[in-house]
Design a binder for this molecule. Structure first.
Ligand code: FAD
Ligand code: UDP
Length: 364
């Protein structure tokens, strides 16, 4: 790789991480995004009432990777935060992921750890092999808990049956015999102290990085003889959907501010598996620790059309992705990285790790 300018499309975690890694080693970078802001889907901002909210839904940072943690820590201080979620079933709130307290509350039991393990052993429907998300849940917690907490949430979120979705989707959610009610158990769990956008600003504040917002890749791909191109948008769009559109799941975010309400709900996120058209409500002040006389929440309504937010992990979609990936592998001078370009259900930290690895490969 020579030191002329590299074009990077997408100012989210993938594009911004590579931009910084290249700039740090003396390479000039032009980073573009068609949106009017940096940060990709992790973008946060003060709403009209002065509450820090995440425009594209709740983003909670967690990782086991010391490398990722150290890289991001160059650009932000952190606020320790462990996310907690409750699931509403028949109007009552239960700890989610399912743990021993969930069982005891739901069934009026008094199980200890061994009792909870025996309970799961009794109700589970063993599946071999475990291929789909339905298999994962039935295999671990059986049909009643599957129907109460997973079946309808998954239908809503994906517009598909759990049996059609790969195992990895439901396997994101652990099942516990202890009373740990944290959503994640990673070593590092924290929120950027001054928000994600501020962290991105600092990451991109480098004399070798030029940021251009409101610019589409299509407008610049031929503009110059780029030293290299990094593309973090949807992979099918890069190839003009030549094999047909690769499905991505979208969401509509309904933001609301409640004046003179210090707290709306007891934890950061409440999931509604069976009621409402939305999947969950998140109250941002839990995540950010902000003090304010009012509070701001967001409801997430899954939909097929709209901005691409999630790759949809099914056998059929992965087969289609592989055809695009073969084109990507043959595309000289272009690196594809990130959740949309790699069609992988990545969390933020996994995107940073993938981007650092891609930068390392580029730099030889
Ligand atoms: P993106 O953030 O999508 O960035 C890609 C950028 O490319 C976009 O800004 C887009 O505008 C731009 N772009 C695309 N095409 C073009 C083009 N042709 N021209 C110019 N620009 C273009 N992860 C966690 O770790 N914890 C969480 O709690 C969490 N919660 C989430 C909640 C929701 C609702 C969603 C949708 C995701 C969540 N994630 C979470 C995942 C996280 O958002 C992603 O892993 C991460 O933001 C992906 O970064 P990226 O750079 O790959 O993609
Ligand atoms: N899920 C569910 N019920 C819940 C929460 C999650 O069935 O109350 C399933 C659902 O299929 C969801 C997947 O588990 O898409 C992963 O959940 P996670 O909270 O990790 O999703 P994300 O935050 O990425 O939207």
């Amino acid at each position: 790789m020579n030191k002329a300018t590299t074009l990077i499309t997408g100012a989210g975690f993938a594009g911004s991480t590579i931009a910084r890694a290249l700039a740090d080693t003396g390479h000039k970078v032009r980073l573009i995004d068609r949106r009017p802001h940096i940060g990709g889907n992790a973008f946060d901002e003060l709403d009209a009432h002065g509450v820090l909210v995440h425009r594209y839904g709740p983003h909670i940072f967690h990782t086991n990777s010391e490398k990722v943690w150290e890289f991001l820590s160059r650009f932000t201080e952190w606020r320790p935060y462990e996310h907690r979620v409750l699931g509403v079933v028949d109007g009552k709130h239960y700890p989610f992921p399912i743990n021993r307290d969930t069982l005891n509350l739901l069934y009026g039991l008094n199980l200890d750890e061994a009792g909870a393990a025996a309970f799961f052993e009794r109700v589970r429907e063993p599946r071999e092999p475990v291929r789909s998300s339905e298999d994962v849940v039935l295999n671990s917690v059986g049909r009643d808990l599957y129907e109460k907490f997973f079946l309808n949430y998954t239908r809503k979120q994906w517009g598909m049956e759990p049996a059609q979705l790969k195992a990895g989707v439901a396997a994101r959610i652990p099942v516990r015999t202890n009373t740990d009610d944290r959503y994640f158990t990673d070593t590092f769990q924290a929120m950027p102290l001054h928000g994600y956008t501020r962290m991105f600003e600092r990451m991109l504040d480098h004399p070798h990085i030029t940021v251009e917002l409101g610019v589409d890749f299509a407008d610049v791909r031929q503009r110059a003889n780029w030293a290299h191109v990094v593309y973090t948008g949807p992979i099918d769009a890069y190839f003009d959907h030549c094999y047909g559109p690769l499905p991505y799941r979208s969401l509509r975010f309904e933001h609301e501010h409640l004046a003179n309400t210090a707290q709306y709900q007891p934890v950061g996120t409440v999931n509604y598996p069976n009621d409402h058209a939305y999947t969950r409500i998140t109250e941002f002040k839990h995540l950010t620790g902000q003090q304010h006389t009012g509070t701001s929440i967001v409801r997430e309504y899954p939909q097929a059309q709209g901005d691409p937010y999630y790759p949809i992990p099914s056998d059929e979609n992965e087969a289609l992705f592989k055809r695009y990936q073969a084109l990507a592998d043959a595309e000289r001078g272009v690196t594809f990285v990130g959740r949309l370009a790699e069609y992988r259900y990545y969390n933020m930290d996994q995107v940073v790790a993938a981007a650092l690895a891609a930068a390392q490969r580029l730099l030889g």
